[in-house]
Design a protein around this ligand. Structure first.
Ligand code: TRP
Ligand code: ZN
Ligand code: CA
Length: 441
């Protein structure tokens, strides 16, 4: 069961408790305020699908001399396999070539169209194996999990606030070659847009641990929250910092995080007690050897980590974890009085010099002085007349609205006259629009 299933199980339980008291609610009670818009729930990633990708990678290795290593035919076949699935799902894909040890290497970069291009949430896994085996845990596991997550984004037709990017790296096993190449060949202005790089390298180890990278606190906390929600203890990843593709990102200041189920370190008895499995044995006894096959996977660890990835991608790409935008501001500070129980009034700003459409995270600053905001209906009106409701008679006797609303205005042309429309719908309390402000990131 994934986290959302647990949460809805909890919600069901509390609904039963409330139900027992339903008869005590007075018939004339105020109507409940309208439910907040449902949060976008991360999906339960199908471990069956993830395992099918692993079976396909195993077949690719079998057909190509038993491995998927840099410079070998099994690597290019692996990249082609992943790329075809992403292309069919609507991703914009790019193969990035580099040369190492006399062979051509490849990174695959896949962008999900949409989201704020200045805030990128990127997930990556190395797709190459060592030459000694098919590399199914290291790192078919991370590769297959982010592939299935990318396909789940497409199935959900997710429209996240931030832009989503996925990467499959070449030649990690030869010294993080592909990821270093990507970082070195991405201009620093573009790198600065990557607000999170999530790395997944070995997440289905047969004697698994549940390790979270101790880097960016927000990313780390996101994974810990997921695991706390399913009741599984985690530990900080200590099996060699900088041993995977997050290191080049971290070195240039990109916030990084990730998950790991263990390589050749030995599981302690304390770890076996909390996670099960075998104490005194490596997390992955087949690390970098020929037995790292489809049989070298713990399905439960693969399932949990795949769901944790979805939880992180969905949460980190929605809303804003960064401070409010500090962009171009258009403001009208003229006071507009709002007639008591009367006609709607407006305050206008003229936006100019912004090319294309408004952003998906248009910041709408509303400052209304009023003694009973439960009287008020407040809308943002786009230049073409489209209406975005910001406030609809909630808050009852609360004074004043002084708030920044985030509006997905990406279907509106930015330039033109935008209006804040306010109507007071009930008599007695009165007030005025103090200021109206739009911030374009
Ligand atoms: N591919 C990595 C390697 O061979 C596996 C690994 C070892 C790892 N320790 C790690 C990955 C710590 C992430 C974090 O070195
Ligand atoms: Zn690896
Ligand atoms: Ca009034």
């Amino acid at each position: 069961m994934n986290l959302s299933a647990r949460l809805s199980a909890l919600a069901g339980a509390s609904a039963l408790v409330l139900g027992a008291f339903a008869g005590a609610v007075p018939a004339n009670a105020a109507p409940a305020s309208p439910a907040a818009p449902a949060a976008v729930t991360p999906p339960d990633i199908s471990v069956t699908n993830v395992k099918q990708h692993l079976a396909d990678l195993q077949s690719i290795a079998n057909a190509n001399g038993g491995n998927r290593a840099h410079g070998r035919t099994g690597y290019k076949a692996s990249i082609d396999f992943v790329k075809a699935k992403l292309d069919a799902a609507g991703y914009t894909t790019a193969l990035q070539q580099f040369s190492y040890n006399g062979s051509t290497g490849y990174n695959l970069i896949a962008d999900w169209p949409g989201g704020d291009p200045n805030q990128v949430v990127m997930s990556g896994s190395h797709l190459d194996s060592v030459t000694s085996g098919p590399g199914i845990n290291d790192n078919g596991s991370g590769s297959a999990a982010i592939l299935e997550n990318a396909l789940a984004v497409s199935r959900a037709q997710l429209q996240p606030t931030k832009h989503l990017r996925f990467a499959w790296w070449g030649a990690e096993e030869l010294g993080l070659v592909g990821s270093k190449y990507y970082v070195n060949n991405t201009p620093s202005t573009e790198r600065a847009k990557i607000k999170a790089y999530l790395n997944f390298d070995m997440i289905g180890s047969p004697n698994p641990g549940y390790f979270v990278y101790d880097d960016d606190p927000t990313i780390e906390q996101t994974f810990k929250t997921y695991y706390a929600g399913i009741g599984i203890p985690t530990e900080i990843e200590t099996e060699g910092d900088g041993r995977s593709d997050h290191a080049p990102f971290k070195n240039v200041g990109v916030p990084v995080g990730g998950l790991f189920s263990g390589a050749d370190y030995t599981k302690t008895s304390a770890q076996a007690q909390k996670w099960g499995g075998t104490a005194g044995q490596a997390f992955d006894r087949c690390y970098h050897s020929s037995c790292d096959t489809s049989a070298n996977i713990n399905d439960t660890a693969l399932d949990r980590n795949s769901d944790a990835i979805a939880y992180a991608i969905w949460n980190l790409s929605s809303g804003s974890t960064t401070p409010p935008p500090t962009g171009t501001v258009f403001e009208n500070t003229a006071d507009v009085s709002i007639p008591d129980a009367g006609a709607a009034v407006t305050s206008s700003v003229t936006v100019s010099g912004v090319s294309g459409n408004a952003p998906s995270n248009l910041a709408v600053g509303v400052d209304i002085v009023h003694t009973w905001i439960g009287d008020l209906v407040v809308d943002l009106i786009a230049p073409d007349g489209s209406v975005y409701n910001l406030h609809n008679r909630t808050g009852s006797s609360t004074d004043n609205i002084n708030q920044t609303y985030t509006v997905n205005a990406s279907s509106e042309v930015a330039n033109g006259v935008w209006k804040l429309r306010v109507q007071d719908k009930a008599s007695a309390d009165t007030g005025y629009i103090n200021s109206f402000k739009l911030t374009f990131p």
